[in-house]
Design a protein around this ligand. Structure first.
Ligand code: ATP
Ligand code: MG
Length: 390
């Protein structure tokens, strides 16, 4: 049984549409794992019938829109049957000396109320397993019983899901994905809010550390299980000529980072229409590095032709790292990711007029257009790279 959260607040037609998307995503993810299941959608719940419930629950617990998942025993609404199934389940987990609580819910207001149902099932367990204690506040073990129009449900686990909105309900965003820790988290957070994603990585060639491209592709691959069953695209554009040009023209090194970020936005702007994307997402974070001061973010934004979303803008590094570990994108041995173009003292407050003059001088727009002509495409599906072409 999967529960969904925020979808509940939507109007009926929107809710129906979103639940349809959620079901489609669950189906695709389970089909990708070779599972054929049967589905029911009683109010507020998605019931999934099939073999191997633990594996099924683990897959569904990674789907955006899902609050939590439980593996359940399905019963009739008969109270004796419910009590007996609850006792069987509890017997396998409870031992003398342990405390427990029954959490009961009834969809209808007639007959026993929820509290009476809980007491009934609790007494049956208490009377049949010796040495137990009831503790409704901090029990060692919790068991849940629900009586709904579709029958009874008995379960004792709640596997947390990611929450958010179903993948695909908010349109597509182009995510600037790097080899680092931040942008994969930004990508995940955008997916969590329902965006379909295309990743864009700028390959700086000999200006980038030896392991940068492999690490960026790895981030891409590691994010793909979060939209299981949907192929995830990565577009790779080459930014090496930009750095060569800045070097030839002796552009003040302190402006390189801001120019590099503006270049990324220009390339993203040129690819938006092709990718059908409505916004660009970055892992930028206020004050993290010199190019991410408020003043510089403004100068960078001026190069964007589409809305820029920065999910991590107010996060502390530790908050980002915590999410990265949880979603499987954190790396302990990242390799050589050092950018060879980063100056000792990057400008913290670039002057827009100077930046525009430099761009005129180095032919920035022509460089961005050229970067869009020799693209590479890498598709990831369920944690594997499935296709690469130019
Ligand atoms: P991250 O911020 O993801 O840890 P980073 O620290 O290497 O990576 P920053 O210099 O902090 O990168 O860049 C800020 C943001 O710019 C990144 O979060 C990412 O969205 C984008 N970005 C940086 N480098 C690249 C790149 N080579 N290709 C695409 N996007 C990039
Ligand atoms: Mg960063």
């Amino acid at each position: 049984m999967a529960r969904y959260g925020e979808l509940f607040l939507k109007s009926e037609p929107v809710k129906r549409h979103f639940i349809g998307m959620l079901l489609r995503n669950i189906r695709k993810a389970l089909a990708a794992a070779g599972k054929e299941c049967r589905y029911e959608t009683p109010r507020g719940r998605i019931l999934i019938h099939g073999d191997d419930p633990d594996k099924t629950a683990a897959i569904v617990a990674r789907i955006f829109g899902i609050i939590d998942v439980s593996t359940c025993r399905r019963t009739s609404t008969d109270l004796e049957e419910i009590s007996s199934v609850a006792l069987t389940l509890a017997s396998s987990r409870l031992k003398a000396g342990m405390s427990f609580a029954v959490r009961a819910k009834r969809q209808y207001k007639t007959g026993l109320n929820s509290q009476e149902l809980g007491t009934l099932v609790g007494s049956h367990i208490y009377d049949n397993i010796p040495g137990l204690e009831v503790d409704l506040d901090t029990p060692d073990y919790e068991i849940f019983v629900e009586i709904r129009d579709i029958g009874g449900l008995v379960y004792d686990n709640r596997i947390p899901g990611p929450g958010g909105l179903p993948w695909g309900t908010q349109g597509r965003a182009l995510v600037l994905l790097s080899a680092g820790i931040d942008s994969p988290v930004a990508s995940w957070l955008s997916m969590k809010r329902g965006c379909e994603i295309t990743h864009l990585y700028l390959d700086a060639g000999r200006w980038a550390g030896a392991d940068v491209t492999a690490a960026a592709i790895d981030n891409h691959r590691n994010l793909s299980p979060w939209c299981s069953g949907n192929p995830l695209s990565l577009v790779i554009a080459c930014s090496e000529p930009l750095f060569d040009r800045m070097s030839e023209h002796k552009v003040p090194p302190r402006y390189r980072c801001v120019l590099c970020k503006r270049f990324m936005f220009k390339v993203a702007g040129l690819l938006m229409a092709h990718e059908g994307a409505l916004a660009v997402v970055t892992g930028e974070n206020l004050g993290q590095v010199a190019s991410q001061t408020l003043a510089n973010l403004g100068v960078v934004d001026q190069a964007a032709t589409i809305p820029v979303i920065r999910p991590l803008i107010t996060f502390d590094k530790e908050e980002t790292v915590t999410i990265a570990r949880r979603i499987g994108t954190f790396k302990t041995h990242p390799g050589d990711l050092a950018c060879r173009a980063v100056p000792k003292m990057p400008a913290t407050a670039a002057v827009l007029e100077e930046v525009l003059a430099i761009e005129q001088q180095i032919g920035m727009d022509e460089l961005a257009a050229r970067a869009c002509t020799g693209l590479r495409f890498v598709t990831a599906l369920n944690g594997n790279i499935t296709e690469e072409h130019t």
